[in-house]
Design a protein around this ligand. Structure first.
Ligand code: URP
Ligand code: ZN
Ligand code: ZN
Length: 514
């Protein structure tokens, strides 16, 4: 894996003016940032933080000007920083702002619209240390993807608290889609998602997937797949319902790991034939991971994402009394807890590159209840965009499952590199956006249904203890959250035009046509 650039220690070229630096923080972990919340960033001097990138950990000062990191050095003299605001980061862990490459905000899905829109969703992201999200444009069949992208811009532009990009789901393939692929790529949408599940709605067949893989490759885009065999799921759902098995827990039986493993295998084989890179979204089980490992061992360009829910929650949650299990109805479903260790190990060993949330919230009392009589009518999805960083900091870094550098890689650097945002996003380096999250390892918290950051009536992680909290979050140098309270502006976020996928960044050969 390519290493992040080493920080420069070149002194600032600015003339040494008499310091007018204003402290916006007291000391140590009690980082009560006295910042002008949400204002434009100006010059900020961040003192004495423990900086963690994907490749290094070091104590340093950071100088931020106009939203960019302009200097990293062991010590930057406040005398050199005219009028800088000062953040005392002593005792804090400083990471690149999180990048969640899998969200669904304001998504019309299964007869409901997910209630976290681009404002509430990105506010939750900001409060939880995520400074970039990539959401999925999902066109209707027959709708041009360029039109669908405009719809998503209408939902998002001017309404985001942090920077954002789009993937586009390709729910069919035809000549018009082929013509529109280069257009959307030119507009900065350089990745597509294909659903191998949701038959008769979003699912594409193998012939369509092959064409999409080929056309994406030819244009430098990355294809991701929702890998579950839609025919198997449809068969199981039908037979379960016919036998009177209507409760939420049967959603899990209708989505077995074998259906995920089969679709993962098939997508890998098709990508191999198309000589195209492949990214598996929301991988939930060891059987699918094994398919990825086999492909990687023969050098195939297959990358994988998992989600906090598959690392930390298990299918026992479906066995709760009444309808409660509906809160965790998502696809793929939660698995037996024995799948969790392999997924953590897959992250640690580099077979799984990213953890995204697949945030797709639905209110329990109203929307999830639509499936009271039939589990197949429960809108699929759970909230999580505000929880991802905190859960991975506690259950990844603090529990010793991976290092702070791996945390930076998994939550920010790898997503930025895979999805064409690096090095503007995803690292702490001179020239990068000053997207930063400051963790106080001494602070403790708990996620509850009541304090959830999301615009829904429950939390998927109710009662999860947190060791360490994000006390400050900067997006392009602007303080967007302090002590998990939003201090930003919901018009601050900018659309990110992303670069094409570059296989060589991942040690794979450049594309070769057939
Ligand atoms: O259950 C899920 N995952 N809902 C969101 C749509 C998807 O499949 O990603
Ligand atoms: Zn999916
Ligand atoms: Zn999704």
């Amino acid at each position: 894996m390519k290493q992040t650039k080493k920080p420069t220690t070149t002194p600032t070229t600015k003339s040494a003016k008499k310091s007018k630096a204003k402290s916006i923080a007291k000391s140590g972990s009690d980082t009560a940032m006295k910042s002008s919340a949400g204002s434009s960033s100006g010059t900020i001097l961040i003192k004495s933080g423990a900086i963690h990138t994907a490749s290094d950990s070091f104590r340093a000062d950071l100088l931020v000007e106009h939203g960019k990191i302009v200097q990293i050095a062991a010590k930057i003299d406040t005398n050199f920083c005219h009028n800088a605001k000062v953040i005392n980061a002593a005792g804090l862990d400083v990471f690149p702002g999180g990048i969640d490459v899998h969200t669904h905000f304001e998504l019309p899905f299964m007869g409901a619209v997910s209630p976290d829109d681009f404002s509430s969703g990105t506010v939750a992201a900001a409060c939880g240390g995520t400074t970039t999200i990539v959401d999925f444009v999902i066109p209707s069949r027959g709708q041009r993807i360029t039109e669908a992208a405009k719809m998503w811009h209408n939902k998002a532009d001017g309404k985001c608290a942090v920077d954002y990009g789009f993937h586009i789901a390709l729910v069919e393939f035809n000549d018009q889609v082929a013509k529109d692929i280069p257009k959307v790529i030119a507009d900065g949408v350089t990745s597509f998602k294909c659903f191998l599940a949701y038959k008769n709605a979003l699912m594409v067949d193998d012939a369509q997937l092959l064409e999409i893989l080929y056309h994406a490759r030819e244009n430098g885009a990355l294809v991701s797949v929702h890998a579950e065999n839609g025919d198997m799921l449809t068969f199981l759902m039908k037979h379960l319902l016919e036998s009177g098995n209507t409760a939420p827990r049967f959603h899990s039986e209708a989505h077995p790991a074998i259906a995920e493993a089969e679709a993962t295998h098939r997508a890998i084989v098709l990508a191999s034939m198309a000589a195209a890179p492949l990214y598996i979204v929301h991988m939930s089980c060891n059987e699918a991971l094994e398919e990825v490992k086999i492909a990687r061992s023969r050098g195939q360009m297959v990358l994988a994402e998992t989600c906090p829910q598959y690392l930390l929650l298990d299918d026992e949650l479906y066995n709760q009394p009444g309808f409660e299990g509906a809160k965790w109805v998502m696809s793929p479903p939660l698995r037996h807890f024995s799948n969790q260790d392999p997924l953590w190990e897959g992250l640690r060993d580099g077979f799984v590159q990213t953890v995204a949330t697949d945030h797709c919230s639905f209110n329990y009392a109203t929307q999830k209840k639509m499936g009271k009589e039939k589990f197949t009518l429960i809108p699929n999805g759970i909230p999580g965009v505000g929880d991802r960083m905190n859960l991975l900091y506690t259950y990844g870094v603090c529990r010793g499952r991976f290092s702070p550098n791996q945390f930076a890689a998994i939550t920010a650097t790898n997503p930025a590199r895979i999805f064409g945002m690096y090095p503007q996003k995803g690292t702490i380096a001179v020239g990068s956006d000053a997207d930063l999250v400051f963790y106080d390892p001494k602070k403790k918290g708990k996620i509850t249904d009541k304090n959830t950051l999301h615009n829904v009536d429950y939390s998927a992680y109710n009662n999860f203890e947190l060791d360490g909290l994000p006390v400050l979050v900067l997006s392009r140098g602007v303080v967007v959250s302090k002590d998990q309270k939003f201090t930003g502006d919901t018009a601050h976020g900018r659309f990110l035009k992303r670069q094409p996928f570059t296989p060589s960044d991942w040690g794979f050969p450049e594309f070769e046509g057939f």
